[in-house]
Design a protein around this ligand. Structure first.
Ligand code: 5GP
Ligand code: MG
Length: 180
């Protein structure tokens, strides 16, 4: 197995800075509730929060949901949510953050679960988007990068638990020997 860099740590950082700038413009003084989808969204969401201007950062609340669907590099097809929110999102402005949207099933499941709690509005944000893989249409309001149908790791994204700590994003390629 070989890792090929897709976005360097600098490219990732610069894009996250831009997204934080967009959020700052769009939400100004709003009391935003940011909800990350664990485990993948954690590094992205924390960097995003750290880059918000003080007026917005001082109002922000955040929480996480846990969604599991993948086994190796293949989606299991069903998505399970296994964490209750501790922040009340009723009548709140919510931003759901994930690291990557692929089939769309995870985000769709999370959005459906959050809608039941009657938030004022939900926006979505993902660092990576693989539109060619979509099976369920999901709204994406803030997107870091659009990528082809590639399996990526790093910056929160794992292969069976590994590589989440990388600060860059890499594509997993099988070596020619493994292909034989
Ligand atoms: P979806 O439910 O949209 O098919 O997939 C979303 C979730 O699947 C992501 O939160 C992530 O955990 C996982 N996933 C999708 N594509 C990739 C990928 O290329 N690499 C990794 N590591 N995880 C992925
Ligand atoms: Mg995963």
């Amino acid at each position: 197995m070989v890792l090929r860099e897709l976005f360097s740590a600098t490219q990732v950082h610069e894009r996250v800075e831009q997204l934080a700038g967009q959020l700052a413009d769009d939400f100004a003084e709003a009391a935003l509730v940011v909800i990350g989808i664990l485990n993948g969204a954690a590094p992205f969401m924390m960097d995003l929060l750290r880059l918000l201007p003080t007026n917005l950062a001082s109002q922000v609340q955040y929480d996480f949901v846990v969604a599991t669907s993948y086994c190796g590099t293949e989606s299991g097809g069903t998505v399970e949510l296994s964490r209750e929110l501790s922040v009340d999102i009723t009548s709140r402005l919510v931003l759901v953050v994930d690291g990557i949207v692929d089939s769309g099933r995870t985000l769709d499941t999370v959005l459906a679960a959050l809608q039941k709690r009657a938030p004022a509005q939900i926006r979505t944000c993902t660092l990576l988007d693989k539109p060619s893989r979509r099976q369920v249409a999901v709204p994406i309001d803030y997107r870091g990068f659009e990528i082809d149908d590639l399996f990526v790791v790093g910056y929160g994204m794992d292969l069976d638990g590994a590589f989440r700590g990388l600060r860059h994003v890499a594509v997993v390629e099988s070596s020619s020997e493994e292909d034989e």
